[in-house]
Design a protein around this ligand. Structure first.
Ligand code: FAD
Ligand code: DLZ
Ligand code: SF4
Length: 520
């Protein structure tokens, strides 16, 4: 073996950090970095145009940053790429070009891609090393150790372990800061009249982004979404600007209004950092440490800082461990046997339900909706209307700029649709219009009346909620967190129950199924 043969280091589109395991300890002289824009990845679902533009632009900026720092980067653009359009095809071509002595690649975030990487040692003539992705607080084996033998997996208990492991918000006696592990009950303030969040930094597309936008418009013109409002951070510096603005302007109120929704205010006090964290532009643990500092320096209250840290070292890490533990089955689970096609309005926003219309408008305009819109409006509707998990999963994966299957699928399938029958969460997040009315200002100007339960003009969430509870009684009645609700249902009497069920069916009959071709 000749020593002047380099090591080939493929860096995937969501691995954009110089602190990647495959680069650590490498010298610039004997390394060729390979980055690939490939058709397979851009089209395995029809991603929102902004999502493709964001990933390609961030990849191109990162390649330029590496080159400026003296690394050799072999960057394959979509137009240069082979028609076969796959990571394997491009890696094979790069091996021919560079004749490397080995390929060092960090494991893929998604199961689908990881299966491909695992074929490489048999496919290629040189040595292939697949390294663990250590950009997470909890490794996959560590999660499995924690999960093994537990009757139930619950985020709360996992989260406490992560708090102890990182020392985040742990006081000098090893106790949780403020005495409680979780301040969730202080994260649910309804929006008060006139609640407005400061504008987050919006980044004007530079030349690289403009090139990519033109490419996406030309090649993926039939994908959902608009590129006009593309303002995502595409570099580490821009991501840091978003962090700075979040810490000073939004974090103090993040805790109070985490579950609030306001018509036309697309991100309220949320951080808008998920795209940058998932791409690798920001380090999640570092963000949590800086949030903790904001608390210790008196710049943000505990309910905000704990809430933010919980989302990252709690939920984000938990869903990642859960994904790898339950794939590939997680993709096809359907415990509630939901079969209805996704309604067309999810792709167009054309519905009179104001909560859904606003959440979908934000999704189409920005490739983003905030957590509570994703969970309690878009997800809740899909759950109680009995929409097929496959359709819902494809939709979420396609429309959000931060969507990678490892984080999208556990949230959509297990958290929202309860397809796993309760492995991830203790109960389905089903709710009637009351919840949305309490946490938003959507209902006041809606064509439907939230206080009307059945019949013409009644909020559809009300009848759908009871239809859902009735259909799944056998399973849910056993659940100590929900079971008592059936006392209310039984108290209504048969005639009233029939009105609810008829109302729900009548509404469902009006739903137009999505046309073919939106998602795949
Ligand atoms: P913030 O509200 O500011 O939260 C801070 C950070 O915490 C986020 O940036 C994110 O990294 C993390 N976080 C918060 N909640 C979760 C969660 N449930 N799971 C994992 N990380 C979390 N997040 C994605 O990154 N990609 C997805 O594809 C995705 N799909 C989702 C689908 C559904 C049905 C639901 C209910 C949630 C989904 N989430 C997803 C989680 C969450 O909605 C987004 O991370 C959040 O809206 C991103 O906006 P933000 O950065 O302003 O978040
Ligand atoms: C989502 C995506 C898209 C649209 N395009 C590319 C690409 O061209 N090249 C690339 O390296 N990654 C892309 N990605 C991300 C991958 O689909 C996938 O999510 C990650 O590699 C994680 O497994
Ligand atoms: Fe949504 Fe019902 Fe409220 Fe209308 S009345 S905004 S459909 S919850």
């Amino acid at each position: 073996m000749s020593t002047d043969q380099p090591i080939l280091v493929p860096i995937l589109g969501d691995q954009l950090t110089r602190d990647l395991a495959s680069l650590r300890g490498r010298t610039k002289e004997d390394t060729v970095i390979l980055m690939m824009e490939v058709w397979d990845e851009a089209t395995y679902v029809k991603h929102h145009k902004q999502k493709i533009a964001l990933i390609f632009s961030a990849m191109r900026h990162f390649a330029a940053e590496l080159e400026d720092a003296g690394w050799t980067v072999d960057y394959v653009t979509l137009t240069d790429s082979d028609n076969s359009g796959s990571f394997t095809g491009e890696a094979a071509r790069a091996i021919e070009r560079h004749n490397p002595r080995a390929v060092h690649v960090v494991e893929a975030g998604e199961w689908r891609v990881q299966q491909t990487l695992e074929e490489w040692p048999d496919k290629f003539d040189c040595e292939v090393e697949i390294l663990p992705d250590d950009r997470f607080v909890c490794s996959i084996p560590e999660f499995n150790d924690w999960a093994e033998g537990r009757k139930q997996l619950r985020m709360e208990f996992f989260y406490r372990e992560m708090r102890k492991k990182t020392g985040l918000l742990i006081d000098g006696d090893g106790k949780p800061e403020g005495g409680e592990w979780n301040y969730d009950s202080e994260n649910r303030k309804p929006p008060k009249e006139g609640l407005e969040a400061p504008q987050r930094p919006l980044f004007e597309p530079d030349e690289t982004t403009r090139d990519v936008i033109a490419l996406v418009e030309e090649q993926f013109g039939d994908h959902v979404g608009s590129l006009e409002s593309f303002h995502w951070p595409v570099t580490r510096e821009e991501a840091e600007e978003t962090v700075a603005a979040f810490f000073t302007e939004r974090l103090p109120k993040f805790g109070d209004y985490q579950d609030a929704m306001v018509f036309g205010q697309d991100d309220l006090f949320h951080s808008m950092l998920s795209t940058s964290i998932n791409l690798g532009l920001l380090d999640p643990l570092d963000l949590c440490q800086r949030a903790e500092q904001a608390y210790t320096q008196g710049n943000a209250p505990l309910n905000a800082v704990e809430g933010f840290i919980r989302q990252i070292i709690g939920w984000r890490e938990y869903v990642r461990g859960f994904y790898w533990r339950f794939m590939p089955g997680l993709e096809s689970d359907n415990a509630l046997n939901a079969q209805r096609a996704l309604p067309e309005f999810y792709w167009t926003g054309d519905t009179d339900m104001r909560c859904l219309a606003d959440s979908i408008r934000s999704t189409l305009d920005n490739a983003h909706a905030h957590h509570i819109q994703r969970l309690m409006v878009l997800g809740n509707f899909a759950l109680i209307a009995g929409i097929s998990p496959r359709d819902v999963q494809d939709w979420y994966l396609a429309v959000y700029a931060d969507a990678y299957e490892w984080v999208e699928l556990p949230n959509v399938a297990a958290m929202v649709l309860y397809t796993d029958g309760g492995k991830l969460a203790s109960k389905p997040y089903a709710a009637s219009g009351n919840y949305i009315n309490k946490m938003s200002n959507y209902c006041a100007d809606c064509k439907y009346s939230v206080s009307k339960k059945t019949g013409e003009g009644a909020c559809p969430f009300n009848a759908l909620y009871w239809r859902f509870m009735d259909r799944h009684r056998e399973r849910l009645e056993q659940n100590p967190r929900i079971g008592r609700i059936y006392l209310n249902w039984d108290r209504m009497g048969e005639d009233r129950q029939a009105e609810y069920l008829e109302s729900a069916e009548a509404f469902l009959d009006t739903l137009e199924p999505a046309k073919d071709g939106w998602a795949r």
